[in-house]
Design a protein around this ligand. Structure first.
Ligand SMILES: Nc1ncnc2c1ncn2[C@@H]1O[C@H](COP(=O)(O)OP(=O)(O)OP(=O)(O)O)[C@@H](O)[C@H]1O
Ligand SMILES: [Mg+2]
Length: 365
């Protein structure tokens, strides 16, 4: 799977820019603030439907402009597709796939998968549990339409139930207004737990494989999933009833898959609490390698790899691991402030099969 080109209109600091990519290695280089990460952000947005830097798409609209529009041309096993996203300042947005409006995201997410390795993703090892949950929810949604659908529905129902809890707490409603949400919540919860079990097993096997392949006795990374799943839907319904008073007091549903936990152990210690800077970086690379293998297996397609400024500060050992990511026949887009950073890793930027793009600051086009 590859991206052939992208068009950026009023997107971040890119006024009107077209970039063509090679199916192999692509290097985007330029000074800080020249717009390198923004190009990766645009590709990522066309893949997932949202940015990795902000949850507010309006922030990506160029200052003083009313909208942005990005269009990507993708190719997978000989078949071409184009994806366009427009966002207006007033909040309206439109995504099209082959010029047809995408209504639900069910069939959109995962079609043109990417794997992003960026300092912005470090929250997966360093951040609060919610960041890991979000990472796996996103990954599982890319791999499974059913997961995406169950999760979307669960979040919708959870929001409704939580509003009902607030209304009861504030005395606007009686507790019976909460009850209609219990059944659909339990239904979705069981579906999510069932799928998480299965998808986690696949992911953690890939992680094991990646760590084994690293073949370094001083490095062990293990993923842990602690599910709060109950044995049956009925058990969950009983739990909801039992905890109703607490939920009302907190105005939040405190049991369910939104409370599951994922963690990573580096040499048997929770990396979040004990990891050094270097261990966090190495762990993220391994987690991303496993993500790549996982998507490759489940989506039956090879994701595009986006490496945001990661080669610069890596020591030899870690860069070897990153280079292992750059297998043949995988499209890779690398950003760097200095070409030396990539050339020192044996990447020949002048090879005619590779593409390199220099960005100036401020943007001159
Ligand atoms: N909505 C916007 N409108 C105009 N400019 C923006 C907007 N959002 C961000 N910018 C600017 O775009 C520039 C490019 O940001 P980007 O993160 O892509 O740069 P970069 O090349 O990755 O830099 P670095 O090497 O520091 O990571 C920054 O100067 C930023 O301030
Ligand atoms: Mg950047």
């Amino acid at each position: 799977m590859s991206i052939r080109g992208i068009e950026l209109i009023s997107f971040r600091n890119h006024n009107n820019r077209t970039v063509e990519f090679s199916p192999g290695l692509n290097v985007i280089w330029g000074e800080n603030g020249s717009g390198k990460t923004s190009i990766l952000e645009a590709i990522y947005s066309l893949s997932i439907g949202r940015s990795f830097r902000t949850s507010d798409r309006k922030q990506m609209i160029q200052k003083e402009k009313d909208y942005f529009r990005i269009v990507g041309k993708f190719e997978s096993q000989g078949s071409k597709s184009n994806v366009a996203m427009s966002q207006l300042k007033d909040g309206r947005r439109k995504i099209t796939f082959n010029d047809e409006a995408v209504k639900g995201f069910r069939n959109f997410v995962g079609r043109n998968p990417v794997v992003l390795l960026s300092p912005e993703e470090q929250g997966i090892t360093k951040g609060v549990p919610a960041e890991r949950r979000m990472f796996f929810d996103k990954l599982f949604s890319i791999a499974s339409h059913d997961y995406f659908e169950a999760l979307t529905e669960f979040n919708r129902v959870l929001k409704q139930r939580n509003s009902a809890l607030s209304a009861v707490k504030e005395g606007h409603q009686s507790p019976t207004s909460i009850h209609p949400w219990n059944e659909p919540l339990a239904e979705c919860a069981q579906r999510i737990w069932g799928m998480r079990e299965n998808l986690w097993e696949k992911y953690s096997n890939h992680l094991k494989g990646v760590v084994q392949k690293l073949n370094d006795n001083s490095v062990d990374l293990e993923g842990l999933y602690s599910s709060k799943a109950l044995a049956s839907k009925e058990d969950f319904l009983i739990t909801l009833e039992k905890n109703e008073r607490r939920d009302i007091a907190l105005q939040r549903t405190m049991s369910g898959p939104q409370k599951d936990d994922y963690s990573f152990l580096f040499n048997n210690e929770d990396i979040r609490q004990f990891g050094s800077q270097g261990e966090h970086k190495l762990a993220l690379i391994l987690i991303k390698l496993a993500e790549f293998k996982f998507i490759q297996e489940l989506n039956d397609t090879t994701p595009i790899i986006l490496l945001d400024d990661v080669l610069a500060k890596l020591d030899f050992h870690r860069s070897e691991v990153v280079m292992a990511l750059l297998e043949k026949n995988v499209q890779t887009i690398i950003t760097t402030t200095n070409l030396v950073n990539v050339e020192s890793h044996g990447i020949d930027v002048k090879n005619t099969n590779n593409m390199s793009l220099y960005l100036e600051r401020p943007c001159s086009n």
